[in-house]
Design a protein around this ligand. Sequence first.
Ligand code: G2I
Length: 445
Amino acid sequence: MIRKGGRCRAALSLTTTALLTATAFTALSTGAEAADTLGSAAAGKGRYFGTAVAANHLGEAPYVSALNTEFTSVTPENEMKWDAVERTRGTFTYGSADQIVNHALGRGMKVRGHTLVWHSQLPSWVAGLGTADLRSAMNNHITQVMQHWKGKIHSWDVVNEAFQDGGSGARRSSPFQDKLGNGFIEEAFRTARAADPAAKLCYNDYNTDGVNAKSNAVYNMVKDFKSRGVPIDCVGFQSHFNSASPVPSDYQANLQRFADLGVDVQITELDIEGSGTAQANSYANVVRACLAVSRCTGITVWGITDKYSWRASGTPLLLDSNYNKKPAYDAVLTALGGSPGGGTPGAGCTATYSKAEEWGDRFNGRVTVTAGSSAISTWSVTVTVASPQTVATTWNGTPSWNGNVMTMRPNGNGSLAPGASTSFGFTVMKNGSTAAPVVGACTAS
Ligand code: G2I
């Protein structure tokens, strides 16, 4: 039965007051038991925690479990690059990138766009164009690709890696640089702003993580853009580190000086080769630096598991090849203010949301809970509805509430064999918002 909006709101606000008191108490008494996730801990600090994702791994259950459990933002690792979306001039193929975008948005994760204008992974037809033709191809590429995902991408790497390594501070040779000259970056950003005004527009590069000739050159470009009103909102620091290129001691200072120009900064492709405590400490330093810079809005690691890293032999990521949490994982979670719990993310169960019936004023949501590789005897899943939505009724579960977050536990359907599923449902009163509820991690025991 559906309760009337007014009664429901009144009931909710009373319940909320009671629950807030209870929650404060619970947090004190059970905080040590709770295994937080990277995404939830980062959210507690007002940041996203993202990962690069490859579409061809989305059929692998532990990959998807770790992704869904730990991360709140995704970057397609290769699927949005020029050679993937416009291999032939004027023919745009979005299939594999769409798979990632839909997976992410359907689970309340945000998406970083990577990347529009880059010298690498560029189809050969681009390099063959004359100046005028190249200009129009670049602008058309930016416009088509951004409009395809308009409103769905929180930040775009508009231009990637346009500066040379070393001490010159010069631009890197590329078809864009060589034919269009220095102005190509500015032109790309202006075109990007027109294509999707809601997306944050970033310049993204590597070896710019500390103060050096290359980062100085990027800094001067951003300063010039800001002074002339060229649209730029953020700078991405890729942060690919190893023993030859460790986390610089002035990492935080470098992030801060860019932030002081009036742009957000983001750590966009973090990975650190190594193992054990040394790797863990380096990761923690990066996280602490970001948290110390108020305009550092999020961190993305360049992959979920060592086995699929672009430099797998350096074991640079937070989960090992069997999806076990490494010391680096615990160090990152701790630096984010969370409590590590060990194990494999999402091993217990996964929860997936789908929308069922819909009417003018309300819709039904269904969450399917699936046990992982072991049998489970109970589960719990959070569902967050977007204010001013309210939940009018639920079935096949036992709900409890904290504000607009519903925690659902079993109602006789807690015991699941390995791989088996059950589902629960609920009716959301739209109250003017059709936003999809966000389903949090499934926890099981
Ligand atoms: O190289 C690390 C990153 C540096 N910054 C920009 C990023 O876009 C870049 O990502 C890497 C991907 O992680 C790799 O997966 O970019 C590489 C290409 O420059 C990607 O490698 C390519 C391989 O070279 C291709 O042979 C392969 O077909 O991945 C492709 C798809 O698996």
